[in-house]
Design a protein around this ligand. Sequence first.
Ligand code: NAD
Length: 522
Amino acid sequence: MESASATQSAPPASGNGASAEGTSIEVHRPVDGSTIRSIPVDSPQRVAEVVGRVRAAQAEWESIGFTGRRRWLERLRDWMIDNEPRLADVMQEETGKVRAEAEAEAPFLSGTINYYGEHGKEFLAEETPTPHILPLKVKRLRIVYRPYPVVGVISPWNFPLILAFDDAIPALLAGCAVVIKPSEFTPLSTVEMVRGWKEEIGGPDVLDVVNGIGETGGALVDEVDFVQFTGSDRTGKVVMKRAADTLTPVSLELGGKDPLIVLRDADLDRAVNATATGGLANTGQICMSIERVYVEEPIYDEFVGKLSEQVRKLRQGRDERSYDADVGAMTTPAQAQIVADHVDDARSKGARVLTGGNRKEGPGDWYEPTVIADADHSMKVMTDETFGPVIPVMKVQDADEAVRMANDSRYGLSASVFAGTSSEGEAIARRIEAGAVNVNDVLTTYFAMGVPMGGWKDSGIGFRHASYGIKKFVRPESIVAPRMKQGKRDPLWFPYTSARRKLINRANRFINARGLRNRLGL
Ligand code: NAD
């Protein structure tokens, strides 16, 4: 396989702070390895300049208020809708996605703008708590939510637009300026969105993009006031350590190893169809992809038979705008290598490859949609993130064993449970250690904006969507002000005197004790 979707003249490693200064990124087509174009890498100095520029524009952006900012984001939504086919072309070319999947991203983000446009104001509304003790009744307490001035968004290659803008949009609505550093493998979609914002929409100078790998990403972490990172847990730890130097808060959306449990009473056909989609959509390159399946013994043989039959029928290929492929290319050669390694490891340890199981010959990065039976936790394919078109299935004796196995992971992003009834499924969901669980469904927790999406354990820190997805970009500012005319001196101020102290001690007792006799000290 000779294709690569992005290479650099400097060391191409990610997650290790590899120097990218003075080089350019060559962006490739994963479907055949050919070059799309080169883009310059942004040096730390340039990152500082860009952050400085958007920082200068942020105060005015904050001052126009939520409604003013929403109007700008609605222009971005309309621009995305008008330019959808072109955005999908850019996306498809740099990712190797099939058309249906390349077309899914911009519409999802229109939904993000609408959701936070409708609910953001309420999520960020000022609060006026009631003073909790009598002496404070003379004060008006207020909590005001103020934005972090500049948010740095560092994003991965598997959903180039969604995983940058699903955070950038609420951050902008909250009043922050945003600088995005997209993946070196797929920068062109973000570059095009930012170009649209600046040149076609004429948006305020509060959104920009910088390109590069570790050096550029690290410089962004140094310059901004909040870091929103989506990517591998390995790089997430590097980012968090770097952010510690400047005490910059981080939100980390990291990898997963999502389990799917099929109980004996489940609708088998629905479970099979959902497993195929959940495991292979986006060529299995979704953080919430179904990466391991646990099926109860009485239905195990039928399940694996139906699943492999269904997966065998899927059409893999490049479909341009024709919608006649289901599974696309893998976006990076390194990921294709990991997939091959996991499948070979499972094979060598006794698992049965029922369909697929090979890289395709010829140019580009292609791995066949694969179903593996008789997998177990001695195999990498059941413990490490595969992030490719592979569905390993393991037989379990009962629901308890399924839950135990599902929880036997350092990851905890999301999970799926297929059961005979919703309530049975929900009862299992409450025992799963993950940030989100779908009952008789897959992937839907991401699309349900009203619930938070984020990882437990090594899958991350922080959440997107619901109120969490916008409130993380603001800091509470507490304002305490008088409700009435005040005297020259408050009782607790200097100078301390014995008479006043005695009075205060009596007042403290009256306030804090419970029961009239105790309060009066009788
Ligand atoms: P990655 O960690 O290799 O890279 C992510 C981003 O970090 C890229 O933009 C990269 O250039 C940048 N980066 C690399 N080194 C850096 C450094 N030293 N400092 C700052 N930034 C640096 O991840 P990837 O391979 O692009 O994406 C795949 C991973 O992302 C998978 O593990 C997947 O599960 C995860 N992911 C998580 C979610 C989620 O929401 N939880 C969503 C999608 C993908």
